[in-house]
Design a protein around this ligand. Structure first.
Ligand code: GRF
Length: 215
């Protein structure tokens, strides 16, 4: 069975969705970079090992990443799952776990990397927004895309209403993606494009499309 360690910074609702999905994957620990991360309580109540590597205790990013890598290393996970983990990781850390770190980002990448994605989407006037699960590479929010989900941007949307709509999809696609990992279904194609093996979209075929607004 594949194993993971999940990293969080706060609420941890994505981590919670992953745990509740009862996947055939061994979640060895939930680690936070903040002692007050709310999600730690849920993880501990589920009997999952928890740890805190407080980034404030380190003057340099490299020091924090080294301590984080050591804490993760004790659990020997196959994959590191970033679930609302709000620290930028150094190239050294990422190079330590090639194609073994996964992140969820609340936009349809490559649109709107970085922070305040819902604000960026509203300002750009896009009609479809969403979430992306991707492998982590040193270039922030640019690693190989695994799965995306789109939601409409509605008239009158605020950052909060849009974030809530996207979050529902995050909770759907992250567990789904981890199931594929557990089943060894993700394939790296030339150019580091990731494809899902054995994909069958019943009744949709090449006519599948998603548009909004549409008549
Ligand atoms: C999510 O929208 C995630 O994509 C973003 O921050 C939010 C964290 O939510 N990076 P949670 O901690 O998983 O509830």
């Amino acid at each position: 069975m594949k194993s993971t360690v999940i990293l969080i910074s706060g609420r941890g609702s994505n981590m919670e969705a992953i745990v509740k999905a009862n996947l055939p994957i061994d979640i060895r620990a939930v680690i936070a970079n903040r002692p007050d991360a709310k999600g730690l309580g849920f993880a501990a109540a589920q009997g999952i090992a928890t740890a805190v590597v407080d980034h404030k205790a380190f003057a340099l990013r490299e020091g924090f990443d080294a301590a984080l890598a050591e804490t993760i290393g004790r659990h020997r996970p196959d994959y590191i799952v970033l679930a609302g983990f709000m620290r930028v990781l150094t190239e050294g850390f990422i190079g330590h776990f090639p194609n073994r770190i996964i992140n969820i980002h609340p936009s349809l990448l490559p649109a709107f990397p970085g922070l305040h994605t819902h604000r960026q989407a509203l300002a750009a006037g896009v009609k479809l927004h969403g979430a992306t699960v991707h492998f982590v590479t040193p270039r922030l929010d640019h690693g190989p895309i695994i799965v995306q989900a789109a939601v409409p941007v509605l008239k009158g949307d605020t950052e909060d209403s849009l974030a809530a709509r996207v979050l529902v999809q995050e909770h759907r696609i992250y567990p789904m993606e981890l199931k594929w990992l557990a089943e060894d279904r993700l394939e790296f194609m030339p150019g580091d494009v990731v494809q899902l093996g054995g994909l069958d979209v019943p009744g949709q075929g090449n006519n599948f499309h998603l548009c909004f607004p549409c008549e």
